[in-house]
Design a protein around this ligand. Structure first.
Ligand code: UDX
Length: 449
């Protein structure tokens, strides 16, 4: 199948590369010509484990290309996947102007009927609007379009594996023809017939569920899933606060909770809360959608409020330990919103830095991948070459992202480098008993430190 992918953010790039990996001919385009130039010259604008390998192989086998002209890319594909950004507007609603812009180009440039698939996360009923826009903008060409929704559930850091080994593929369609076309596109994934670039021996897992719904339902499934996971994290964070007061251990509590299959163990890790370009904006857009639809979804607002408070709770802990923050040298481990990515959008670490700078702290930060991006938005702090450098002469060392690399550090060496052996672990990455044993004063969330 010939596929065009519009938008080369992480969703577009992973989608395009993985479609090529499973045998389709894919052309990716973006209105950011610098990004396309980088991709054409073999560079990859984001850090996503395994993606470089997939892109290199697909390009070598001539199944994947990049093209500056959206019009050209539109003509090339039978199916067009829209993967453009839907950033939040000041009122929390999703900004759909990029989707409208793409609809105009697709409608005016297409020379034959196309299946237009929304992959970007959009509020329910966007598909209806997209269909209307395509028909209005194409009135002079008379070309017909089918619209479908195919929400992505890719996590940054594990996106390639998530794409190739999904637990479900959701397609919102209006008729059987669109469903058939999408099933053909996903067939190698559904039948597990591809050369996996992630595992030498793929873990055994049930076949992905093929879920066919209306377009409105597919759109709602995406927002409802992300909001539910965000709520789960906020719930775990409130239980962590309670565990702290009651002398219980959040790790013990959530582990046992998660063993109940009705609850499940994932997304119950307490700490600094959720960030990234999906959960915070999707939660806000879902609240906005509910309000506009006359549904009082206050529990989502609470999840958001609890999440925002995590930074205050952490700063309180830092203040309690340091007494005065002003003038103190603080080391910070982790800037990315989660491990295995260089993405710092809505990262709790960035919020934390702002809060500490306001209190007058001196910060030296280290992250294995996100420092280049961080320097653009936080030019006022120092950056260390290694985790150990961040600890030198620090009166406190903070952990804001749970990179595996931090788990394996030589903590004896860090102990000797620091002015005061004080660790505040915002991700419950380390073990209180071990840190105490190494001579650290150690604080985390929801545990008897
Ligand atoms: C999310 C969804 O998981 C994915 O399905 C969707 O398509 C895009 O949004 P992503 O934003 O990549 O993926 O990250 P995710 O792994 O979901 O984590 C989001 C945030 O929650 C991170 O900041 C992470 O640190 C935090 N988190 C996650 C917790 O604080 N506790 C947890 O238990 C899990």
């Amino acid at each position: 199948m010939k596929i065009s992918v519009i938008g080369t953010g992480y969703v577009g790039l992973v989608t395009g590369a993985c479609f090529a990996e499973i045998g389709h001919d894919v052309v990716c385009t973006d209105n950011d010509t610098a990004k396309i130039k980088t991709l054409e010259s073999g560079g990859i604008p984001i850090y996503e484990p395994g993606l470089d390998k997939v892109i290199a192989r697909a390009r070598k086998e001539k199944r994947l290309s990049f093209c500056e002209s959206t019009a050209q890319a539109v003509s090339a594909g039978d199916a067009i996947f829209i993967c453009v950004g839907t950033p939040p507007l000041p009122n929390g609603d999703a900004d759909l102007s990029a989707i409208d812009h793409v609809a105009r180009i697709v409608a005016t440039e297409a020379k034959s009927p196309k299946l237009v698939v929304e992959k970007s996360t959009v509020p329910a009923r966007t598909g209806q609007e997209l269909k209307r826009a395509l028909s209005v903008y194409s009135r002079k060409t008379g070309i017909s379009f089918q619209v479908a929704s195919n929400p992505e559930f890719l996590r940054e850091g594990t996106a390639v594996g998530d794409f190739l080994h999904p637990d479900r593929v959701v397609v919102g369609v209006e008729d059987e023809k669109a469903e058939k076309q999408l099933k053909e596109i996903y067939r190698p994934v559904l039948e597990k017939k591809f050369d996996c670039p992630v595992h030498s021996d793929c873990p055994k897992s049930p076949d992905p569920a093929w879920v066919v719904t209306t377009i409105n339902s597919a759109e709602l499934i995406k927002h409802a899933s992300n909001s539910f996971l965000a709520m789960k994290i906020s719930y775990a964070n409130m239980v962590a606060d309670l565990a702290e007061r009651l002398g219980a251990d959040i790790g013990e509590v959530t582990r046992a909770m998660g063993l109940d299959p009705r609850i499940g163990g994932a997304f119950l890790s307490a700490g600094l809360g959720f960030g990234g370009f999906c959960f915070p904006k999707d939660l806000q857009a879902f609240v906005f959608l509910a309000e506009r639809s006359g549904v009082d979804f206050t529990m989502l607002k609470e999840a958001e409020r609890i999440n925002k408070q995590r930074i205050d709770r952490f700063v309180e802990k830092i203040r309690e330990a340091l007494w005065v923050i002003r003038g103190k040298q603080i080391g910070l481990l982790g800037l990315a919103f989660k491990p295995n990515t260089d993405d710092i959008r809505f990262a709790p670490a960035v919020e934390l830095v702002h809060a500490l700078l306001e209190e007058g702290a001196h910060i030296r930060a280290y992250d294995p991948q996100a420092m280049e991006r961080a320097q653009e938005v936080l030019p006022q702090i120092e950056y260390a070459k290694t985790a150990y450098d961040a600890a030198v002469n620090a009166e406190a060392l903070l952990i804001a992202t749970e990179w595996d690399e931090f788990r394996k550090l030589d903590w004896n060496r860090i102990h000797d480098e620091m002015a005061r052996p004080l660790i505040l672990d915002g991700r419950n990455l380390l073990t209180p008993k071990e840190m105490k044993h190494l001579g650290f004063e150690y604080h985390s969330f929801g545990r008897r430190d």
